[in-house]
Design a protein around this ligand. Structure first.
Ligand code: GDP
Length: 199
């Protein structure tokens, strides 16, 4: 597993704090509680890797994880949406930062959107997938907590989400079921993200 050595690198609150824009990175987005930290941890076979993203003050930062021994290959944890209300000016700062990041970050090779399989494609998820599509960036949706549904129900949701997203975006968006709990789909997700990062 090429992600097993992932480690925390830095948290960026603005553009100047980002690492040099010369490598490969994949951003992870998701509403809070969707299961994004658990998905990152499962991907990297670590129990507490993404805990750092949840410390107070980090909820409006891009958290970078490096993947040694590679230089310039990163997993980027975007703040979960839906945390306690932040002041309006902070919200505006964050929106501008995110716009700039998606608009101009050359290193950004793909977006993973983590969604609770029981509540997929909320406004925020659609917005993030839209950001990626605008830039011609591939997106991959993880329908996580698949262990919470029976096989049939999980398969039905997968099919419905896939149909909707391929109708909107064609082949640039892919979808899979996932579970940080049962580890279902972890290998598949590693292949997609590893492919984008040229690992
Ligand atoms: P985040 O806010 O998106 O980072 O979500 P977390 O990864 O912290 O998960 C939120 C809650 O959902 C926690 O209580 C997790 O234990 C639970 N959870 C996350 N992934 C799964 C999963 O695949 N299956 C189940 N059953 N629970 C999960």
């Amino acid at each position: 597993n090429p992600f097993a050595r992932a480690q925390y690198l830095l948290a960026a609150h603005n553009h100047r704090q980002l690492p040099p824009d010369g490598g490969f990175e994949v951003a992870f987005a998701g509403r809070s509680n969707a299961g994004k930290s658990s998905a990152l941890n499962a991907l990297c076979q670590q129990n507490a890797l993404a805990r750092v993203s949840k410390t107070p003050g980090r909820t409006q930062q891009l958290v970078y994880f490096a993947i040694p021994p590679h230089e310039n290959r990163y997993l980027v944890d975007l703040p979960g949406y839906g945390y306690a209300k932040v002041p309006q000016d902070l919200q505006a700062h964050w929106q501008a930062f995110l716009d700039a990041y998606f608009g101009s970050r050359a290193a950004l090779k793909g977006l993973v959107v983590v969604m609770d399989i029981r509540h997929p494609l909320k406004d925020y998820d659609r917005q993030m997938i839209g950001y990626a599509a605008e830039r011609g960036l591939p997106a991959h949706a993880l329908l996580t907590k698949a262990d919470k549904l029976g096989r049939g129900a999980a398969a039905n949701t997968l099919q419905a989400v896939r149909k909707e997203l391929s109708g909107l975006y064609g082949d640039s968006v892919s979808v899979q079921t996932f579970s940080g709990e049962s580890k279902q789909g972890v290998e598949q997700a590693r292949e997609v993200v590893g492919g984008w990062l040229a690992l």
